[in-house]
Design a protein around this ligand. Structure first.
Ligand code: SAM
Length: 331
């Protein structure tokens, strides 16, 4: 009866369900958002401690079963079930999100939640173990990647519980972990498009030095093109020219929702291609002087010999501000 394509793995261990609900710190005044309630094992415990629960479920059969389960109980009036794809529907107001989600939507869902306004207080979510470890990874950890850096820009994340596959029916092929996500307030004053643009470049080869990454001809050409477009827009007085240092564009967090979901693609370190393709000495003067500009920025912040795998949030923010000050942008 359970559909693999919808990631249907029902939590069958009541102690674990209790523990998740307890760790989420729900208050009697809270509106809780649940994603993928399935047959309602978690929903029931949420209803016991929250003011109300809004549950978004894709599978109409599950929606029927859920409504049937609570029909005629005191919970019925405090539960609202929305049938649909959580990635496509407008989310209602909520204080807390608690969910055992289908793992295939982990990344877009996380960024959809983080771009929701007003910001929620906290989310307690079950993820595939490796995805969870990437979310919480710190600089220097082997799983530290673009996903870690982008998530941690927007939220504090912490690992709460390891969950073995046998707590589910049917058991999935992977182990799981419960993670707590608390949106940062206020958000760092940075354009997320630019932030992700820079972070993506740096993590494309996360173990290479920034010096060697920014020496690549194709990358420099792209950055220079962007640089020139912005310069001429600004000279012509076009108000849409971006780059008034670090703009505060908290609303466009949604760009991060387009991040790939396939874990193997998250930091997609490229093994081949234009590896270490450096500038040729006889290339145009223009590009050479732009290269010097870029190298100058890296040196200024002492970044030339640093690697993305070791850079902190503060390092990335500083690096981005140095580039922006020189008129170099990443979106
Ligand atoms: N919460 C239940 C539990 O813990 O026992 C079931 C969790 S199960 C891992 C995931 C649930 O999400 C399934 O009921 C599935 O039908 C639902 N689902 C899958 N894709 C969805 C989507 N895009 N939007 C909303 N629900 C979805």
């Amino acid at each position: 009866p359970f559909e693999k394509s919808k990631g249907q793995h029902i939590l069958k261990n009541p102690m674990l369900v209790d523990s998740i609900v307890q760790k989420s710190g729900i208050k009697p005044t809270d509106v809780v958002l649940e994603i993928g309630p399935g047959t309602g094992n978690l929903t029931k415990k949420l209803l016991e401690c929250a003011k109300s629960v809004v549950a978004v479920e894709l599978d109409p059969r599950m929606v029927l079963e859920l409504n049937r389960r609570f029909q005629g109980t005191p919970y019925a009036t405090r539960l609202k079930v929305i049938q649909g794809d959580v990635l496509k529907c407008d989310l209602p107001y909520f204080d807390i999100c608690v969910a055992n989600i289908p793992y295939q939507i982990s990344s877009p869902l996380t960024f959809k939640l983080l771009s929701h306004r007003p910001a929620f207080r906290c989310a307690v979510i079950m993820y595939q173990r490796e995805f969870a470890m990437r979310l919480v990874a710190n600089p220097g950890d082997s799983l530290y990647c673009r996903l870690s850096v982008n998530t941690q820009l927007l939220a504090r994340v912490s690992h709460l519980l390891k969950v073995g596959r046998n707590n589910f029916r049917p058991p999935p092929k992977v182990d799981s972990s419960v993670v707590r996500i608390e949106p940062r307030r206020p958000l760092p004053p940075v354009s997320f498009k630019e932030w992700d643009g820079l972070v993506r470049l740096c993590f494309n080869r996360k173990n290479k030095t920034l010096g060697s990454i920014f020496k690549q001809k194709s990358l420099l050409a792209l950055l220079e093109k962007n640089y020139k477009t912005l310069q001429s827009l600004r000279l012509s007085g076009n108000p849409e020219a971006i780059g008034e240092e670090n703009e505060i564009v908290s609303e466009d967090v949604t760009v991060l929702a387009n991040m790939v979901d396939d874990i193997s693609m998250i930091d997609g370190e490229r093994e081949n291609g234009d590896e270490d393709e450096e500038m040729e000495t006889d290339s145009s003067n223009n590009l050479t002087s732009f290269k010097e500009k870029v190298m100058g920025v890296l040196q200024q912040g002492d970044f030339s010999d640093k690697r993305a795998s070791k850079l902190t949030q503060v390092d990335f923010l500083y690096l981005l501000s140095l580039f922006n000050k020189s008129g170099i942008h990443f979106s």
